[in-house]
Ligand binder design. Structure first.
Ligand code: BTN
Length: 246
């Protein structure tokens, strides 16, 4: 199951997820291969957004997982494992990361990493998975975005490649620790969930409201207590109204 035995370094590419998908289409990629790019000129984020970062300063890469033995209705466990791997990595830098549902890692209320997972399904299980990760390493100016980086938080410059190698180690460790222990995975994920049990502002189809995030269902739907009742949301149905904490 190990990832990272093969790493392909690219200078510039549209998106490492797209590049991985092309290699897969051409039958030219093995399980665990990592595609790392110094620059992405059409990096993609969640909700069809863009992922724009300064070339060379941050980590932008994809990991290809073949024959993932995970049922379609359990695909959220991949998100959980990737999130916990990023938390493990950032904790090594003495940071206190939290998992912002569905696909971000936050430090002190600011985004430090984003994940874009694209699965190919075969009947009831995941056939393979492209895990795209953007991690802010050395960038310091986020021009008004509620974002931060390892450098911003620790004051230290880090080699992007060394951070990648540490991530691969964290991922392999996290996978082995939790893949046969899904209850612990879910518990650990919930322990690290940003804004859990805290009153905060959200927006759903009916407008803005104050609610309390209670957890995430195994399907990946978010549970929020709204006016005394628990409601569940898909990621397109709910928006966090975040405060810019300086
Ligand atoms: C998000 O926060 O919306 C997810 C961002 C994911 C960005 C990464 S960078 C490497 C990989 N290639 C992409 O085009 N996107 C992901």
């Amino acid at each position: 199951m190990e990832i990272g035995r093969k790493i392909i370094h690219l200078h510039s590419v549209d998106s490492t997820n797209n590049y991985t998908a092309k290699l897969l289409h051409d039958g030219e990629i093995d399980h665990g291969t990592v595609i790392l790019a110094a620059e992405q000129f059409a990096g993609r984020g969640q909700r069809s957004s863009e992922w724009l970062v300064k070339p060379g300063e941050n980590l932008t890469f994809s990991v290809f997982l073949d024959s993932v033995n995970v049922a379609v209705d359990q695909q959220f466990i991949l998100t959980q494992i990737v999130s916990l791997s990023l938390v493990d990595l950032l904790t090594k830098f003495n940071l206190k990361p939290e998992i912002k549902w569905p696909n971000d890692i936050f430090v002190k209320g600011k985004k430090i990493a984003g994940v874009l997972i694209e699965n190919q399904l075969r009947s009831k299980s995941i056939q393979n998975s492209i895990i795209g990760i953007g991690l802010n390493v050395n960038e310091v100016d986020f021009k008004g975005f509620i974002a931060t980086s390892v450098k911003n938080e620790t004051g230290e410059f880090k080699s992007v490649k060394d951070v990648l190698y540490s991530f691969l180690y964290s991922f392999n460790k996290t996978w082995n620790m939790f893949i046969n222990n899904l209850d612990s995975l879910d518990e650990e994920y919930h322990n690290l969930l940003y804004l859990r049990d805290i009153n905060a502002k959200y927006q759903d189809n009916n407008g803005e409201f104050n609610g309390v995030l209670k957890g995430v269902q195994p399907s990946g739907r978010l549970l929020i207590e709204k006016e005394g009742r628990i409601k569940d949301y898909d990621f397109k149905e709910i928006k966090f109204i975040l405060k810019n904490v300086l």
